[in-house]
Design a protein around this ligand. Sequence first.
Ligand SMILES: Nc1ncnc2c1ncn2[C@@H]1O[C@H](COP(=O)(O)OP(=O)(O)OP(=O)(O)O)[C@@H](O)[C@H]1O
Ligand SMILES: [K+]
Ligand SMILES: [Mg+2]
Length: 700
Amino acid sequence: MNRLSWPQVRSALPGAFRKLDPRELLGSPVLLIVEIGAVASTVLAVADPSVFAATIVVWLWATVLFATLAESIAESRGKAQASSLRATQTQTTARRVDAPVETTRYTGNLLSLPTVEVASSSLAVGDVVVVRAGEVIPGDGDVIEGAASVDESAITGESAPVIRESGGDRSAVTGGTVVLSDTVVVRITAAAGSTFVDRMISLVEGSERQRTPNEIALNILLTSLTIIFLLAVVTLQPFAVYSGSRQSLLVLTALLVCLIPTTIGALLSAIGIAGMDRLVQRNVLAMSGRAVEAAGDVDVLLLDKTGTITYGNRQASDLLVAPGATIADLASAARLASLADETPEGRSVVTLVDESYAEHVATSTDDDTVVELVPFSASTRMSGIDVRDVSTQVSTSGGVPQTSIRKGAASAVRAWVHSTGGSTPDQVQTLVDGVSASGGTPLVVARQAGAGPAQVLGVIHLKDVVKTGLRERFDELRAMGIRTVMVTGDNAITARAIAEEAGVDDVLAEATPEDKLALIRREQEGGHLVAMCGDGTNDAPALAQADVGVAMNTGTSAAKEAGNMVDLDSDPTKLIEVVQIGKQLLITRGALTTFSIANDIAKYFAILPAMFMVVFPQLEVLNVMRLSSPESAIVSAVVFNALIIVVLIPLSLKGVAYRPASASTMLRRNLLVYGLGGLVAPFLGIKLIDLLASLLPGIG
Ligand SMILES: Nc1ncnc2c1ncn2[C@@H]1O[C@H](COP(=O)(O)OP(=O)(O)OP(=O)(O)O)[C@@H](O)[C@H]1O
Ligand SMILES: [K+]
Ligand SMILES: [Mg+2]
């Protein structure tokens, strides 16, 4: 929104007139005072008509209208976007699973369950639906079975399809997007009416816009200034009467409007709306204005590793056998421990074994076994399986020969092996360190047969790829004064290898969800403003605690729900733009406040001499502008005061240019430019308008 076009202004005009309703202006006392002044002047002008009075009345109304126009223009882009989003909310038919689905995790073949067709609007939270290729996903939810490529362009504008799959951190799907291939089973997480798209719509429309703490503080300042000037103008009259130059109410109103901070009062709300809009243009949805402002002051950024710094497509690529074990042992155990592991990592282990180690694995299934699944969790950092052979069962409980297999983070599996009385050979640690040093994630596999000590069988090498171009972007963040810290559940060596490759400043390895949360609290207690980028359910507490929590759109519903921003492009370095936009918002508001207040000072020099020149000819020295007549001086000041709002609308929408620099440098520079500019501009502007106004009969 760099330049204002006439059609844009014209389409915003009806809205601007609607906003003239005094009830709409209650939130902005400065504008309310101007409107009351305009009404009073209109009455006075009707009672005692003159060209001078009529001109003042017209321009006082113009002042209020320009202010409401600024807000209306700022809102116009969002309105257009909202209507295109509404188009995605068409009613569809959903295939709802017509049987109870108990667990939130893997449950077996849900596809075989009976389904009924229902309207998408009747879906409730917890319902499970089946979506086939070519069908529209009927509501927001998490994929609980299957994997599919999904076209999310209706929401993200990105035409390349994305993968959504069960179990991992890429499970969330959005209603209104389209499944391109395969079939997925989705558990609905949002009721119709409170979906992601609903939130997006109310966000871009600004219907949920609440004033931020900074905005409220500034409004209080502006209101105080207004009251001070109101008192000053009111007490001016007794002096004027005493000195024999009683002032007309019209002139006093004009003086008041010129002195109160109308410029920033008029543009304040447009600046805020434009800031949110700039984020939306970058595909970032900010659920709170407070978060956008906080982003401007963020100095620590925490990033999850998998899915945030890396592409998050962690795939098993190799099996490394431990001393004393065989490849057959390792391949079979790894496969068994992954059969029920519904994470993408788990599925990739099965794929690797089936594709590259099939000859080593005995595929015969034993009907006499009872299998108990041990699902992966972020706090145990292990997954696996317990197998009991019921054919040799002696009693119903206890005494049953049991085989347990665990795979997971080296430290977690070492602790498990240790608890059974076993130990981890040094060579295994060497294998683990080797995988880690390459930036891979090692999963150690161990097996316990019967009640004996568990034996380490080997290591699975999970490979992941660091997203490209991160290093330069993290350098940029550093230049902005932001420290980047990678927090990961992975081991220290892997963490360091990836951190090195991506170019982050710091790492916290082997972090549980609680550790991530604690780290944020610690930083906040140290006076830092913390941003967090994450995608997983295990990142949710941290995303909620962070001052700016940016959830990746690829992530889970829980993560998107917890954060206060969602990046539709799932790009962690988008935070650079978010920070820039936040800073720009704060700077723009500061700059225009400075300009507005400096501006008003210059108007003293136009109006006060004009009012009192007759009785105090000494005031002539203040009349530095050499304005043609007292009436012309007052009219020029009022006209300038109104026009400066229009002149500054594009800047308040576009924002003041931001360059990476320290806050104090920026502040000094802005005070100079906007303070000085604010002082000088009215002298030139008012003089110019005076030259034109003096041509009008009855004024000049
Ligand atoms: N399916 C799985 N089975 C067993 N262990 C796993 C599995 N997936 C991951 N792990 C182990 O658990 C650790 C933590 O995994 P998780 O991905 O939840 O961590 P995280 O905190 O989200 O960190 P990040 O996403 O940055 O890697 C991994 O580093 C890995 O060692
Ligand atoms: K003013
Ligand atoms: Mg994660």
